[in-house]
Design a protein around this ligand. Structure first.
Ligand SMILES: Cc1ncc(COP(=O)(O)O)c(C=O)c1O
Length: 361
């Protein structure tokens, strides 16, 4: 069975004989408060305009992002999800080698290989917490290579403040290596600016940020993402892509989403409370090690692979799905990745897991 992605709700529903709305999906890291009402209204208002081709300049959404991020329109590349941004970047840069820090979102290696790049996996240092192996990369990266730095990091949920990696990224980008900073989950952090590579993008040609609206605003089925980087690179990409891959509804939805301050505040309140709850239960249980996390998902290591597998299997019977990490290089069958959801869902999950762990002792 293909386990490369979480969030395969249609497949889950079919497998357990339920409708999609009776699946509790902790395997995809989607904001349960969304989509925001503002986004749903914008989609309704935009429906009549689907008779026209979408704006291939992405003018409206670019203006919203420009004022939000303090960048120019030509430094923004709008895409059909962060996935398309990654795809277009690799297709254009064509790096001889791509360095990924493992465990990693699997699409990096898949896309890089598709464009003939040799993938070099450098393990993160994982014991009680998760640390960047920056010193190890020094002799490895050459001009033209890509390093992917995913922050907040999937699948661990950890985030590294910029002061921990800034000087390395500045050095490597100055020597001609590209650093793609995948910040798809950064809107979930209370102080995104302290973690973002934004100041580095503005200073140089070789640092590129990738962001996603699909997680924060809960529109993975609609899709919107973007990249921030050098105008020359983006001009080259734009001249060689499907001009209509970002559909009209995705553009109007993203415009509403990125202006909805209330929704972002509500998300921040919900997440802080639920993170505290998760630390107070998962973090206190002897059968699991909870890794420090600041995003909207967390990684746990069960005391044995058998326990993690049993938990996953028994939950599945109840229509509850978590992400097993067997296929992540550097993790294994004893690790589970779990999304933070509504309080009642987090309680239900925890109660089931705790009872299973006790019964397995
Ligand atoms: C780290 C990371 N980057 C990018 C993506 C792709 O996001 P999108 O839905 O915007 O294509 C994902 C999806 O899970 C992800 O986890």
């Amino acid at each position: 069975m293909d386990m490369v992605h979480g969030g395969r709700v249609y497949e889950y529903a079919e497998r357990v004989g339920r409708t999609v709305d009776r699946i509790m999906d902790f395997s995809a890291n989607i904001n349960p408060l969304g989509p925001p009402v503002s986004v749903m209204r914008a989609i309704e208002r935009g429906l009549g305009d689907i008779r026209h081709y979408p704006d291939s300049r992405h003018d409206g959404i670019k203006r919203v992002l420009q004022s939000r991020l303090g960048v120019n329109g030509d430094q923004i590349l709008c895409t059909n999800g962060a996935e398309e941004a990654l795809e277009l970047l690799f297709r254009t840069i064509r790096p001889p080698r791509t360095v990924v820090l493992t465990p990693a979102f699997m699409e990096y290696a898949t896309i890089a290989s598709r464009y003939g790049s040799q993938v070099c996996a450098i393990p993160l240092s994982i014991d009680v917490d998760v640390r960047l192996p920056m010193d190890k990369l020094d002799g490895i990266l050459r001009a033209g290579d890509v390093l992917v730095l995913n922050n907040p990091h999937n699948p661990t949920g950890v985030s590294w403040p910029r002061h921990q990696w800034r000087k390395y990224v500045e050095k490597w980008s100055a020597q001609g290596s590209y650093v793609i900073c995948d910040e798809s989950f950064i809107d979930f952090l209370p102080q995104p600016l302290a973690y973002s590579a934004l100041p580095l993008v503005l200073a140089g040609e070789h640092v590129i940020i990738v962001r996603s609206a699909t997680k924060m605003f809960a529109i993975p089925g609609l899709r919107f993402g973007f990249a921030i980087g050098a105008p020359l690179l983006f001009a080259e990409i734009s001249s060689n892509r499907d001009p209509w891959s970002v559909n009209h509804l995705a553009q109007v939805a993203a415009m509403a989403a990125y202006q909805d301050v209330e929704f972002e505040l509500a998300t921040a309140r919900w997440l802080e409370q639920e993170q505290d709850y998760i630390r107070s239960v998962w973090g206190q249980q002897e059968d699991f090690h909870l890794f420090p996390f600041s995003a909207n998902f967390f990684l746990v290591r069960a005391s044995s692979a058998a326990l993690a597998q049993r938990v996953e299997k028994e939950l599945r019977k109840e229509g509850v799905f978590v992400r097993n990490c067997e296929q992540f290089s550097g993790l294994g069958a004893d690790y589970l990745r779990v999304a933070v959801r509504h309080h009642w869902e987090n309680i239900r999950l925890w109660t089931m897991v705790r009872d299973l762990a006790i019964a397995s002792r």
